[in-house]
Ligand binder design. Sequence first.
Ligand code: G
Ligand code: G
Ligand code: MN
Length: 308
Amino acid sequence: MLADLALRDVKKQRKARSQIYEASMLGRTHRAAHIEARLLDAIEADRIEPYYQPIFEIDTRRIVGLEVLARWRQSGGDFVPPDVFIPIAEERQLIDALSERLLKRACVDARQWPEDIFLSFNISPVHMETEGWERRLMDILGQTGFAPSRLQVEITETSLASDLPAAARALAFLQKEGVAVALDDFGTGYSNLAQLSNFSFARIKIDRSFVAPLLEDERQQKIVRLMVALARVLDVWATAEGIETEEQLVLLGKLGCRYGQGYLVSRAVPSDEVVALLAAAPLGAATIGGQNLPEQGDATSCPRPRLQ
Ligand code: G
Ligand code: G
Ligand code: MN
């Protein structure tokens, strides 16, 4: 009898839990449907804008490139986060239209910046599955007069998982045209080493999940040191993502990591702020690691980065 009651209780609890689950699912699909309905309009009206986050040389803090990050600001001024609308765009096959418009705008913006500043553009795994994406990308560079050697595409390991030969062909085509390829979120996926031997990446981006615990955790430091060494051996540039503190930046420099990105130097900013960022002296450069570093214009001690 008691057991019966207990059982009934468990059943009741389960039902309540699944009802909560269903309600939240419903909320989510509702929200997704609501966003989806406006997403197409927003893409067509170019309301999804490119913002730019600096990629800098750790030693000098000199900006070497900018990563394009999509931002959707609604009429009320609120932003819809990209990790909400990008998956919806991918699911509803809107990612091609979104990415292509975004790239076009970014290439136009970037033409105003110094020629040695590269543009880094995220390619969605779903976009990479669409036939001819690499040729359309080259068309956009042609139309906007943007030099392929100034573009880097960031791909994730997921892109390589579904159809390796097709992805390899597309990337080889882009590399032949002078576009650099970076492996994004490095260290978070699987079979990294196999992929590193299959492709000649110009850059690996060390995921920010490795950077966040760096100071507290010595094992993490060893892992990052290993990733940096791996990049060296393969003649690939390493960029650490998500640098938020001075201490992380200094330590990454000591671990041998040459490039970085993160809120410490700058968040993604709109195009009109990029010009000011590029013109400004590198933030606190004179005191990095307690040493005096050369002025920004000193070309001998600050070799120009190459992409490939
Ligand atoms: O920009 P961050 O602020 O929040 O972006 C969240 C996620 O959305 C990241 O994984 C980032 O790579 C992705 N993202 C941002 N902009 C773009 C874009 O233009 N294209 C693709 N494919 N992903 C993007
Ligand atoms: O997946 P991808 O590496 O492209 O994602 C870039 C994402 O990282 C964007 O959401 C961007 O806003 C975010 N980002 C950039 N710098 C920092 C940082 O210093 N800290 C954190 N937490 N996120 C960052
Ligand atoms: Mn990226």
